[in-house]
Design a protein around this ligand. Sequence first.
Ligand SMILES: [Zn+2]
Length: 463
Amino acid sequence: MGFDIVVANGTVVTATDTFKADVAISGEKVVALAQSLPRDNATRVIDAGGNYVLPGGIDVHTHLDMPFGGTTSSDDFETGTRAALFGGTTTLIDFAIQYKGQSLRTAFDAWMEKASRKAIGDYGFHCIITDLPDARLEEMNQLVREGVTSFKLFMAYPGVFMLDDATIFKALRTTGRNGAMVCMHAENGGAIDVIVRQALAEGKTAPKYHALTRPTTAEAEATARAIALAEMAGSPLYIVHLSCNDALEKVREARDRGLPIYAETCPQYLYLSLENFDVPGFEGAKYVFTPPLREKWHQEKLWQGLQHDHLQVVSTDHCPFCFKEQKELGKDDFTKIPNGGPGIEHRMSLVYSGGVAGGRFNVNRFVEIVSTTPAKLFGLYPRKGTLAVGSDADLVVFNPKRQHTISARTHHMRVDYSMFEGITVTGMPEVVLSRGRVLVEGEAFHGKPGTGNFLKRATYSGV
Ligand SMILES: [Zn+2]
């Protein structure tokens, strides 16, 4: 009996090894890796000669079909997972939001409803908790049993998402016991609100004031406080969208002490800076997201953080709003600009280009950052995040030499601009497989809505 697919002649890359091998797939799984596999009986042979064969990318921070500020993020689970697949990302973890007064289960059900009939790639959920009276702590354990093994908490956005320290501490004590991970949005929301109100009172309403009213110190303070609360509670902690060196220092310090503290950054913080606000009129709104862009020197610090494992993951925080009609809601007041930017499609290429082609780290570290560590931290490993016998056949045939200039004219995200317009990257996916399905071949797409699987995730077991 032959294999369904043999990906032949490529260089297989995992977080630890690089070797020439053929990869055989039967059904949804990788069933063999060897220097040379019989191809005669294979239904299909994909020639990966001259290219890398990587485990599919895992983006653990996306907001598809998410209501925010009176509008909804412009990619849904169909267009979002499609764009992700074009970029080599085969798995997403999105955020299901619990609104005040609701059970956590209601959030999960609502997001399953959004995703199940539309998603093309595989997906899981973190649950955003906005309201956690003691009576609901047990609901965290229930969700963990359902495979929702991480919770997002906010130290910012008072009155909307923000939780007080006592509530955060109780949540962390619960995850310390049940093995779930807390993902923290670390910014001092109270202080930021005071600065924002003062700016508005002084007539400072342009988009750049969104960035200028959210100092790096507010992020560093909250990061340190979150780490202290997690340490006292005996829980691991994952800091989301870390944007600046000040906060990075807090994470590094905690990790040096051996604490299970992890952090991600995002391509926008590696490639963009406050200088992006030097554009005419209201165009700066394209770069309004939270935490905001920082002074340019932080970029190199974040790259170094990735290089030295002070940062472990790059996710996108993909939360697209069209410039026309959506971002424009904040034309006269930066606080009314929907917060978020599009990035789901270009994460792999941007990290490869700046990281590996840019000489900052090797291709194994690249795979670790964009796939293996996300899988390990969020209970998907070794089903996802590596290429091994028995793993899901999520594969990317990645051409390390192909160059591409990013543009809204050619991207697949459902949004009318690109944050990375005009940036040329080196390294692009050629063929993308999800559970043995060949979904992307160059510009051709073969995926069907509703064929992505919900991923019931395991609890955290260390990295
Ligand atoms: Zn986010």
